[in-house]
Unconditional design. Structure first.
Length: 375
């Protein structure tokens, strides 16, 4: 919040920007309240898409968690992202821990989080490219070239991960010892994790849901302009949004605070939108997507911490008869933005009671129940 205030104060030192902010803020009216509902609804759909990405990836490994559980986890994890320093790393670890409490093997839990993050990265880069093209910031040949590079890079990463042994042999033949050491290190740490796969259809669905997740956030930004009665900059809104997400992803601060605001306002200014209008719309956007989500996510996180994965409430008295040992909150070191509002769910398939291991091969590791390891 301090960084956000610094960015805004610097901009307000410009007399023209100060005047634009005051004029834009005075346009706020109850008559435009439906635009706030548009923004809130779009944010809710965005969180739903994020939850469905993770649910599909877990299903690829043979684990089926309910929609209610996944939505709770998504809300809580996103809330943590906006509260805890370190970006998505702490939230990712937390999410892995929550999956482990629900009987998901560690390799599958890690793979789902990593694959979801990869899909999100590809999606936001694609959105940035589309936004720059719509804003007229790059020409036709640049669009084609960047599209080819993005597609080739995305495919190369997937193919390389799926063929680490073959890649090792190729590097040995070509005496690329520096690259060989890196691949060996990746192979050792990713043993069991990269055994999971999604077919083309499921992969396309995951990428589509990831794109929808980002796209719904764009509608939150559009709703911010509508709520203020400002003309919606259709040509630059996608570019400004994507640029802000890229800027925020490199900041080890809660929710990318300061970097997201600065990236968004700067991108709008680059595309020709008034600075004052961009500042006010960005504030409204962040209130919905950061502060409101952090508040709701925190509430869901508290509720989840008081419930066992099976839905029963953890007893207050630790020595109560037949009471299960309370877990450590599912916190597994680095966590994926705690958006996990773990709702009551049944035991995930493949655990000891499920009679075997996860489908798709979770590295041969038996599943654990709610009282098992938290990752």
């Amino acid at each position: 919040m301090v960084a956000t205030g610094a960015v805004i104060l610097v901009l307000l030192r410009m007399h023209s920007a100060e005047h634009e902010v005051i004029v834009a803020w005075r346009r706020l009216s109850w008559d435009r309240l439906p635009w706030l509902l548009v923004a809130l609804g779009a944010e809710a759909i965005s969180l739903l898409c994020y939850a469905m990405v993770q649910r599909r990836l877990l299903r690829a490994g043979g684990v089926h968690l309910t929609r209610r559980t996944m939505i709770g986890l998504a809300v809580a994890a996103t809330g943590v992202t906006n509260l805890v320093p370190g970006g998505s790393v702490p939230a990712s670890g937390w999410l892995v821990g929550q999956y482990r409490r629900r009987g998901v093997s560690l390799p599958l839990a890690l793979w789902a989080v990593l694959a979801g993050g990869y899909a999100a990265a590809v999606s936001v880069l694609l959105l940035l490219l589309v936004g720059a093209a719509v804003a007229g910031l790059i020409g036709v040949w640049e669009i084609v070239g960047c599209s080819v590079v993005l597609a080739a890079g995305a495919v190369a990463v997937v193919v390389g991960v799926h063929h680490l042994p073959e890649l090792t042999e190729w590097l040995q033949r070509h005496h690329a010892y520096r690259g060989l050491r890196l691949v060996h290190r990746l192979s050792a740490r990713a043993a069991g994790v990269m055994r999971f796969r999604v077919d083309v259809r499921a992969g396309a669905a995951v990428l589509g849901l990831s794109l929808a997740n980002w796209a719904m956030d764009v509608f939150v930004l559009i709703g911010a302009f509508g709520l203020l009665g400002l003309p919606i900059p259709w040509g630059s809104v996608v570019f400004a949004y994507a640029a802000a997400q890229v800027a925020g992803s490199v900041a080890p601060l809660p929710g990318g605070v300061g970097f997201v605001e600065g990236g968004m306002i700067g991108a709008f200014a680059l595309a020709g939108t008034g600075v004052g209008e961009a500042v006010v719309a960005t504030i409204v956007y962040r209130v919905v997507t950061s502060w409101a989500v952090a508040a709701v996510g925190s509430l869901v996180l508290v509720i989840m911490s008081r419930r066992a994965p099976g839905g029963q409430r953890w007893p207050d008295a630790p020595d109560a008869p037949d009471a299960p040992d309370a877990p450590d909150g599912g916190g597994a070191g680095p966590v994926q933005f705690p958006s996990s509002g773990g709702q009551p769910v049944g035991r995930a398939g493949g655990g000891p009671e499920g009679g075997g291991q996860l489908g798709g091969g979770g590295g041969g590791e038996p599943e654990t129940g709610p009282g098992g390891a938290t990752g």
